[in-house]
Design a protein around this ligand. Structure first.
Ligand code: OGA
Ligand code: MN
Length: 281
């Protein structure tokens, strides 16, 4: 069956049909998938049945696997490349990272080379008497840039924001180890996608602690206004998960957040892989 790409009716996101990720993909099919990924920012495949090594192999086609600090504690046995994201507790012990990112963010934006993208494979999805919980929301920071007035574009284009882990506003304050591992970095607040060249905003309320060349107060107001702008309803796709979904997002053009509307005994279990990216330009 040929690959079909079915865009969502939102500003981003497409479903890919006709791909069985348990089988090796030929180069033409992979190229079509990669193009859709770059163009739509979020792509997903329904009804997949894949093993951890198959997920790792598929991730590797997009770039080097990025190992992150969670993996040291929460990887899948035998597959150190995969991080378990879950709220479940077994034998009195959490089986994965629970903190899934409830505030809008782009993964690891506080590092010098943030990952190209992140992939989640859904093994268990919480539901309440048939009502699906634990959705993930995605916002197109590219559509948000497109919609900015020229005057504001001119104010921010070419500027760099400071991402300082130590000054980060989060529900969980960073530990000293995290601070030591993540010295402050700067990134352009208007990025160009490394494959398509499409421009997008790269501003996160929790992580951007300042903008170079702009006084602190104005910078804070700009970060807040831009962060709010990115997540306006017109730029959002909300993914309602089904078991067997494999979904991946682009960390340049897309921000995301986990909807935390469930709790034990409802279980959520995802296998997460991350692929390395380039220095933001
Ligand atoms: C992540 C993340 C969201 C979710 O894994 O980086 O933000 O819904 N996950 O699990
Ligand atoms: Mn995340």
């Amino acid at each position: 069956m040929p690959i079909q790409i079915i865009p969502t009716d939102a500003a981003l996101g497409a479903e890919i049909r006709g791909a069985d990720l348990a089988q090796p993909l030929d180069d033409a099919d992979f190229a079509a998938i990669e193009r859709a990924y770059n163009d739509y920012g979020v792509i997903f495949f329904r009804d997949q049945r894949i093993t951890p090594p198959q997920q790792v192999a598929f991730t590797r086609r997009f770039g080097e696997i990025e190992f992150n600090i969670f993996g040291e504690r929460w990887s899948v046995p035998g597959s150190p490349e995969i991080v378990v994201v879950s709220n479940a507790i077994e034998e009195g012990r959490p089986i994965g990272v629970r903190r899934a990112g409830e505030n809008w963010h782009s993964d690891m934006c506080y590092t010098a080379r943030p990952p190209r993208g992140t992939m989640l494979y859904a093994l268990e999805i919480p539901d309440l008497c048939g009502l699906t919980l634990g959705d993930t929301e995605f916002a197109s920071a590219a559509a948000a840039w497109d919609a900015l007035p020229d005057k504001l574009r001119q104010r921010i284009d070419g500027r760099r924001a400071v991402f300082d882990f130590a000054g980060r506003k989060r529900a969980f304050p960073p530990t000293q180890t995290e601070i030591d591992r993540n010295p402050p970095v700067t990134h352009p607040i208007v990025r160009s996608h490394p494959f398509t060249g499409r421009k997008c905003l790269y501003v996160m309320r929790d992580d951007c602690t300042g903008i170079e060349g702009i006084a602190a107060e104005e910078a804070e107001a700009l970060v807040a206004a831009l962060a709010d702008h990115i997540v306006k309803p017109a730029f959002i796709y909300r993914h309602q998960w089904r078991q067997g979904d494999l979904l991946m997002w682009d960390n340049c053009t897309v921000q995301h957040r986990a909807i935390q509307d469930y709790d034990l005994p409802q279980r959520r279990l995802m296998y997460r892989t991350t692929m390395g990216g380039a220095v933001p330009m």
